[in-house]
Design a protein around this ligand. Structure first.
Ligand SMILES: CC(C)(COP(=O)(O)OP(=O)(O)OC[C@H]1O[C@@H](n2cnc3c(N)ncnc32)[C@H](O)[C@@H]1OP(=O)(O)O)[C@@H](O)C(=O)NCCC(=O)NCCS
Length: 172
């Protein structure tokens, strides 16, 4: 039967650049208590070693999610990842991260770091599935929306030679 609420088709995944700064800032604002501006994204994306991938809706070309990393030699850091609230829990971050990690490995990255709020259950589950493990904790690293402090976990993911032969990075 025809449904007005038919499932959205899977987005296309591809590298993005500063032309998507406005869209990244909009998703970031819907995702974090202290969002980055369009100019912040533009400057970051024009900076050295910064690579970004986006999930682009096939219907209308809208950005559904993105991930941004900065590479320094054989090391990289995920600076941010976010999916538009209305498009969460349908596997977009899972695929986006898989594609992004593959891209980083192809660029010669051996190890990847990120920081995540200890209270961010969704992100921690996502990173665990992608083989990240905790290497440190930074107490009172973030300020929440109500200004109370929150700790950050520093997580690390090492790329092995066999990593990208299969489809599911979470198995590694
Ligand atoms: C974290 C975030 C990027 C996940 O995006 P998403 O597209 O909804 O994630 P996916 O649907 O691909 O889920 C992949 C896995 O992540 C985990 N996950 C995602 N959302 C979750 C939630 N709300 N609760 C628990 N686990 C969750 C699950 O392991 C999930 O796999 P499963 O669906 O098979 O259980 C999204 O919630 C978001 O944008 N949050 C705000 C920004 C943010 O916190 N970014 C991370 C900063 S470090």
């Amino acid at each position: 039967m025809f449904s007005l609420f038919a499932k959205s088709p899977a987005p296309a995944y591809r590298p993005i650049g500063p032309e998507r700064s406005f869209d990244c800032a909009a998703i970031h604002a819907a995702s974090f208590a202290h969002p980055w501006s369009e100019t912040d994204f533009e400057q970051l994306m024009l900076g050295p070693g910064v690579v970004a991938d986006g999930a682009i809706e096939v219907n209308d070309g809208e950005l559904a999610g993105f991930v941004l990393s900065r590479i320094a030699l054989d090391e990289a850091e995920i600076l941010t990842i976010a999916v538009a609230p209305e498009r969460r829990r349908c596997g977009i971050a899972q695929t986006l991260l898989l594609i992004h990690l593959r891209g980083l490995a192809a660029l010669g990255v051996d190890r990847l770091f990120l920081e995540v709020d200890t209270d961010n259950i969704a992100a921690r589950a996502l990173y665990a599935r992608h083989g990240f493990h905790q290497v440190a904790e930074r107490k009172a690293y973030y300020r929440k929306g109500d200004a109370t402090p929150a700790s950050a976990l520093v997580m690390r993911r090492d790329f092995g030679e066999q990593d990208f032969d299969g489809q599911d990075l979470g198995e590694s």
